[in-house]
Ligand binder design. Structure first.
Ligand code: ZN
Ligand code: ZN
Length: 394
């Protein structure tokens, strides 16, 4: 059964590479993906999908494909495969022939590759229909910081199509092309952040006693938040708290009125995230009191990302599919978690599933201006999805 499937993937490879280069040339950001989402929906229709839904979660696309025995009778016969479509606000320096034609935008996270791979699997599985049940192909917008997966959930994706499992992949520079890997359990961190505004009373730098210096108070806050990870969080948990911006003042001789900071924090459990948040609020409030300034902590208008946690049974199924796709010795099941975050986490919070990594060779790192997705990974990705379909809906 393996050989013909792989041949048919090989036959579609020139098309897939062309599609990937086309997506790469025309990157679109966040929810503003008319070209990318339009092409995805057109192709799913051309493959003969049973249903194609556009505009779910603003610009998300769902493709519904029934197996040879017809539509799923229940949630137990329905599974979701997800890819992300958005690019990043980065000026590309890769020098590739298919480099971005859009100023200040590029596919620096390889979502052009993920979308192409899932389209390849969609085309292949629409031809074979070699699974029993219904596959929900989810192409999401706004993975890069604006919670596109949550927007699709909010738009009713999982109520309209309840699924028993959900799967996604991400390319991984530094892991050879043709290899796969997975982190068991917590795989990627949560991502959250707040503004800290320290409001004092400005004045002449020569007369600090007539002012309430927000810079000194801000300095104490910066120092104190370092103790959250070292003194408050359980040493067996992992977390990062970073002050990532500080703005206030201009002149040598003026104490400013206010200082504004940004603080980002990440960890691998929602309990630890709640502890960090609580401690951060407490430190800010009490330091403000100690220095006679007013400190407010404000959330940006962004949805925090929860940690991405792989579920055990679904991880085993994903491992079997990866081993079938590239051979058992090219699959690693012992990867370490990373502090980056991923919005597939929103889906994994509601549905058991697995998020796996596919080798992307020697390319520059993710989010680097010189990055380019390695086309050599495409057939392996398509083979993974196809093997997975046969296992999750046998
Ligand atoms: Zn990214
Ligand atoms: Zn990404």
């Amino acid at each position: 059964m393996n050989a013909p499937m792989k041949n048919s993937i090989a036959a579609m490879l020139p098309d897939l590479v062309e599609w990937r280069h086309d997506f790469h040339r025309h990157p679109e950001l966040m929810y503003d993906l008319p070209r990318t989402a339009g092409l995805v929906a057109d192709r799913l229709r051309a493959f003969g999908f049973d249903e194609v839904i556009e505009g779910i979660g603003k610009t998300g696309v769902l493709g519904i494909l029934h197996g040879s025995a017809g539509p799923a009778a229940s949630k137990e016969k329905r599974v979701l495969f997800r890819a992300d479509m958005d690019a990043l606000p980065i000026e590309e320096t890769s020098g590739a022939e298919h480099a971005s034609a859009e100023k200040g935008r590029m596919h620096a996270c390889g979502h052009d590759g993920h979308t192409t791979i899932l389209l390849g699997a969609a085309r292949h599985l629409a031809e074979t229909r070699a699974f029993d049940g219904t596959l929900v192909f989810c192409f999401q917008p706004a993975e890069e910081g604006h919670a596109g997966a949550q927007a699709m959930i909010d738009a009713g994706m999982l109520e309209r199509f309840p699924v028993k499992g959900a799967y996604a992949l991400h390319n991984w520079p530094g892991m050879p092309v043709g290899e796969f890997g997975v982190v068991r359990g917590p795989a990627m961190a949560s991502a959250d952040g707040v503004f800290i505004i320290v409001k004092g009373k400005g004045g002449h730098a020569a007369a600090p006693h007539t002012a309430r210096d927000p810079i000194v108070a801000a300095g104490h806050i910066i120092g104190s938040v370092q103790s959250i990870v070292s003194r408050v969080v359980d040493p067996f948990e992992q977390a990062v708290v970073s002050i990532t911006a500080i703005n206030g003042g201009e002149a040598f001789n003026v104490i400013p009125d206010a200082v504004e900071m940004k603080c980002g924090f990440r960890c691998f459990s929602e309990t630890v995230a709640a502890t960090i948040e609580q401690e951060l609020w407490r430190i800010c409030e009490k330091t403000g009191e100690a220095f006679g300034v007013e400190v407010t902590v404000k959330r940006p208008p962004l949805t925090p990302y929860p940690p991405t946690i792989n579920h055990p049974a679904e991880t085993e199924i994903a491992l079997e599919a990866m081993r079938a796709a590239v051979g058992p010795d090219r699959v690693r099941d012992d990867l370490k978690p990373v502090m980056g975050s991923e919005d597939f986490a929103f889906i994994l919070r509601q549905v058991p599933g697995a998020y796996v990594l596919i080798g992307n060779g020697a390319s520059a790192s993710l989010h680097n201006p010189a990055y380019d997705f390695d086309d050599g990974a495409i057939p392996h990705g398509v083979a993974y999805w196809s093997e997975l379909a046969a296992r999750v809906l046998p």
